[in-house]
Design a binder for this molecule. Structure first.
Ligand SMILES: Nc1ncnc2c1ncn2[C@@H]1O[C@H](COP(=O)(O)OP(=O)(O)OP(=O)(O)O)[C@@H](O)[C@H]1O
Ligand SMILES: [Mg+2]
Length: 379
């Protein structure tokens, strides 16, 4: 029996990407043009998966040397320093010895420790010496290190900070100022910041009092166009031995509200429904959706529990399909949303909490299945 061809919960391998050819070329071109960029899209829209493909392309060429920094585990500045130092010195294709040498040259305050990954491959982990107390100086050296990497490699360097928002929430101002100064002055290094919220991108790169003011151009990553997504799903189902009608595939894309992660999640559940020979029809798709909603129910309930009464009415309105003009007097009155200013405040706070998002001037759920679950529970 074939294995389920749909994956979610971790970035996709480049060979499994659907669509994204245009964005991939455009990003490679922009970074080769020496531009700093901020890639912005909500959770699960496929930012990291796309960047993996971009990194592969850059590695094939000889113009730009990519350094990928996953900021997510950086729960404090010290850990961030270790992660950043590792990203600058580790290269999977190199031997342990040459990586150790790179550590000594580039970031000598870090102590390399040999690790063995789950798949049995040796690697290095960098730890900060506890007795090295001068964290400020250490950060200066660390933020200068990419210039040295560019020199050593004889090419420009692109530093990608994925989930940059996570650093903004743990770093002190002084660290961010130092980083921004490095970004501003380095001529041989470009930076790509990955963010989930447009509001954060605006605050960081467009407000004059932010140290990153005008340091990067925001690029919003849109959903994969429906047609391309459907063609991609069709061929994945076919490879796994099932032909699925195009209408049903469009339905998957629509129910998952075009968000890559949720499209894969529903397609995965649908494949599970039909893998034993059940007809690939609407009733199987509804059963798949029911499973997805059931699996998410605990989380949906706890999100709901944390909302104020006006916020509850607001998310219910969006779940019922009201995506625009939620501030109008009529809507506010009919739907019990408080007042126009309460609506603004709540939209902002629910976007901050990654419950709602704005897409092309319309309000959407970040997790479309939360909306579907609400509709079922409330009617
Ligand atoms: N181009 C694509 N085609 C099909 N599925 C995709 C594509 N890009 C991403 N996905 C699906 O979406 C999921 C999330 O992708 P990814 O981790 O790249 O998103 P992200 O925007 O980086 O999310 P986060 O903000 O949570 O880090 C993947 O596990 C995969 O299932
Ligand atoms: Mg990501």
């Amino acid at each position: 029996m074939s294995s389920n061809p749909f994956r979610f919960g971790r970035p996709l391998d480049t060979s499994r990407l659907i669509g994204r050819e245009g964005e991939r070329k455009e990003l490679v071109r922009s970074v080769c043009d020496r531009r700093n960029l901020a890639l912005v899209a909500p959770r699960g829209m496929g930012k990291t998966s796309l960047l993996r493909a971009v990194i592969e392309d850059l590695r094939q060429g000889d113009e730009v040397y990519p350094v990928y920094v996953d900021v997510f585990p950086a729960i404090n500045p010290r850990r961030f320093a270790e992660i950043y130092a590792s990203a600058l010195t580790m290269e999977p294709s190199q031997s342990i010895e040459s990586m150790q040498e790179a550590v000594q040259q580039l970031v000598p305050s870090f102590l390399p420790r040999v690790t063995i990954s789950g798949s049995g491959r040796p690697g290095l982990q960098l730890d900060l010496w506890d007795r090295d107390r001068d964290i400020q100086r250490l950060m200066d050296n660390l933020f200068d290190a990419p210039v040295q990497v560019a020199e050593d490699r004889g090419r420009r360097v692109l530093v990608i900070f994925d989930d940059f928002e996570d650093l903004l929430s743990v770093a002190e101002d002084s660290l961010l100022v130092k980083l921004s100064q490095a970004v501003r002055k380095q001529r041989t290094v470009s930076y790509l910041f990955v963010l989930r919220r447009e509001s954060t991108a605006k605050r960081v790169f467009s407000e004059a009092r932010s140290p990153f003011y005008r340091l990067s151009e925001p690029v919003v990553l849109d959903p994969v166009p429906d047609q391309a997504m459907v063609l991609g799903l069709e061929s994945r189902f076919r490879e796994a031995g099932r032909d699925v009608e195009v209408d049903l595939l469009f339905r998957i894309v629509e129910w998952a509200d075009r968000s890559c992660h949720y499209v894969q999640m529903l397609a995965h559940a649908f494949y599970e429904e039909i893998r034993d020979g059940r007809a690939a029809d609407e009733s199987a798709l509804r059963a798949a959706l029911a499973h997805v909603l059931e699996a998410g129910a605990y989380g949906f309930k706890s999100t709901w529990d944390q909302l104020s009464p006006h916020q509850r009415n607001l998310v219910l309105a969006v779940a019922q399909g009201h995506r625009e003009r939620l501030h109008s007097q009529r809507m506010v009155f009919q739907l019990g949303l408080g007042s126009p200013s309460t609506v603004s405040k709540n939209l902002k706070s629910l976007a901050e909490r990654e419950i709602l998002q704005k897409r092309e001037d319309q309000i959407h759920f970040v997790d479309p299945f939360f909306g579907a679950w609400l509709q079922r529970r409330m009617t």
